[in-house]
Design a protein around this ligand. Structure first.
Ligand code: DP6
Length: 405
C-alpha cells in the first residue's frame, strides 16, 4: 500500500537578484538575495508525489510528458537528499516504516502557460521538495527544507516561504548555512501588488544557469557587486519591508534590476535580456515616478524581457490603464487572454486601451503608443503565502497505479 500527497507552491520574483554560483553542484550563490512570493491563487505549480514498495524505479511527468529522472542531476540530488534524511530517521527508530527504500512517482503541472514566459523552475522544485517532505514525513522547518529546494534551482529555495523572503548566501562549503528565511509574512504588507507584463519575444534567451556561470568567469562589475553592493542593499531592503516604505523598496528594486542587467552587459560575450519594449517600460515607470508627488511603481526584470511591476494597491487601477494604453492588446478588448482583471480594478465606464488616467496625460507628449501586441499579456497578482497541502483527492495528478490520471 503506497502513500501520496498533492501540494501547490508559489512563484517568487526577486527584488535583490541572485546571479552567480560559487558552487554549481550544490547551487551555492555568490551573493544573498531577496524576493516577494506571489499569490498561488493566480500562479502556482501543483505536484503529486506517490511512493510505493512496488514501484521499480523513480519516474516523473511534467505537464503530462514523461521526463527521464536519471539524466536530470538536479532532480536526482533533490530525491537523494530527502531519501537520505528519511533513511537516517529509520536507522534511528526501527518502528518507522522503510519508505526510504520505496520508488517515487512525481507528476507536476503549472497553472500558467509556458508561453506566458514565466520561469517555472522556482515554483516547480519548491513544490516537489515540499510534497516529498510531506510524503516522507521529514520533520523540517521551512528554512531547513529550503536547502533541498536549492539543489533543484537556486531561486526555488525562496518559494518555500510566503511573503518577503531572503536567501542567505552562507559561507560553508557544504551549503548547510545557505538557507531561505522569512523577512516578513504576506499579511505584513498585503497592499503590495504586482503586474507581470509578458513581453512578446521571439528569440531564445541564454539560460540563467549558463548565463550566470559566464558572468562569474568574466565580469569585473559582478565582483564589485558581490564584494561591495549586495550586503548593504539586503539590509536596506529588509528595513524598507519592515517599515512598509514603498519609496525605499521601489528605489532599491529598480537599482538592483538595473545592476543585474548591467552585469549581463559586462559579461563576455555579453548577455542581453531586455528589449525595446522592456526599455520603454523602464522609461514610462521612471517618468511617472518623477511626475507624481509620490513614487508610483517599481520595475524589475529577470533573465528575459518580461517586466514585473510592484506597486501599492491604490495605484493599480491607473497603472493598468497606463500600460494597456501604451501597449495595446493584439486581441479585441476586453479580452480574458490579455488581461482578466481578477481583482476588479478597471473602473466602470473605462475601456482599457482607450483612456489614459488624468495624472499621466502628459506622457502623450513623450511616448507614442507601442505596436499592437508588444506586450502579449498582463497578469495582476499580489503577495502570497508559502506552499499548501491540497486535501481534496480530486486534486491528485497520479492514479493508484502511479501513472498520470
Ligand atoms: C534572474 O534560480 O533560475 O531570476 O539556480 O541555475 O536554477 P539556477 O538559476 P535560477 O536563477 C534565477 C535568476 C534570476 C534572479 C533571481 O531569481 O534571484
Amino acid at each position: 500500500m503506497g502513500r501520496q500527497m498533492t501540494c501547490t507552491a508559489p512563484v517568487n520574483i526577486a527584488v535583490i537578484k541572485y546571479w552567480g554560483k560559487r558552487d554549481p553542484t550544490l547551487i551555492l550563490p555568490t551573493n544573498s538575495s531577496l524576493s516577494v512570493t506571489l499569490s498561488q491563487d493566480d500562479l502556482h505549480s501543483r505536484t503529486t508525489v506517490s511512493i510505493a514498495p512496488e514501484y521499480d524505479q523513480d519516474r516523473m511527468w511534467l505537464n503530462g510528458i514523461e521526463c527521464p529522472v536519471s539524466s536530470n542531476i538536479r532532480l536526482v540530488n533533490c530525491l537523494q537528499a530527502a531519501r537520505e534524511q528519511r533513511k537516517a530517521m529509520e536507522a534511528a527508530d526501527s518502528s518507522l516504516p522503510s519508505w526510504s527504500t520505496w520508488g517515487i512517482r512525481i507528476a507536476s503541472v503549472n497553472n500558467f502557460p509556458t508561453a506566458a514566459g514565466l520561469a517555472s523552475s522556482a515554483s516547480g522544485y519548491a513544490c516537489l521538495v515540499y510534497t516529498l517532505a510531506q510524503v516522507l514525513e521529514l520533520p523540517l522547518t521551512p528554512s531547513q527544507l529550503s536547502r533541498y529546494a536549492r539543489l533543484g534551482s537556486g531561486s526555488a529555495c525562496r518559494s518555500i516561504l510566503g511573503g518577503f523572503v531572503g536567501w542567505e548566501m552562507g559561507k560553508l562549503a557544504n551549503g548547510e548555512d545557505s538557507l531561505a528565511y522569512q523577512v516578513a509574512p504576506e499579511t505584513h504588507w498585503s497592499e503590495l501588488e504586482a503586474l507581470i507584463l509578458v513581453v512578446n519575444d521571439a528569440k531564445k534567451d541564454t539560460s540563467s544557469t549558463v548565463g550566470m556561470q559566464t558572468t562569474v568567469k568574466t565580469s569585473t562589475l559582478a565582483q564589485h557587486r558581490f564584494a561591495s553592493v549586495v550586503a548593504e542593499r539586503m539590509q536596506q531592503m529588509e528595513q524598507a519591508i519592515q517599515d512598509r516604505n514603498f519609496e525605499q523598496f521601489a528605489k532599491i528594486t529598480m537599482q538592483d534590476s538595473n545592476q543585474f542587467h548591467a552585469i549581463c552587459l559586462d559579461t563576455y560575450p555579453p548577455i542581453f535580456y531586455l528589449n525595446d519594449t522592456s526599455r520603454t517600460i523602464i522609461r514610462i515607470v521612471t517618468t511617472i515616478n518623477e511626475l507624481c508627488p509620490e513614487i508610483q511603481a517599481a520595475y524589475t526584470f529577470d533573465a528575459g524581457p518580461n517586466a514585473v511591476i510592484y506597486a501599492p494597491k491604490q495605484h493599480m487601477p491607473r497603472l493598468i490603464q497606463l500600460f494597456t494604453y501604451f501597449f495595446p492588446a493584439a486581441h479585441p478588448l476586453p479580452s480574458e487572454e490579455f488581461f482578466n482583471d481578477p481583482y476588479h480594478c478597471v473602473p466602470t465606464g473605462v475601456t482599457l486601451g482607450e483612456t489614459l488616467p488624468s495624472e499621466y496625460e502628459s506622457l502623450r507628449d513623450t511616448f507614442s503608443v507601442m505596436p499592437v501586441g508588444s506586450v502579449k499579456r498582463i497578469i495582476h497578482t499580489r503577495v502570497g503565502d508559502g506552499p499548501r497541502v491540497l486535501s481534496d483527492p480530486a486534486a491528485s495528478l497520479l492514479g493508484d497505479d502511479g501513472l498520470p490520471r
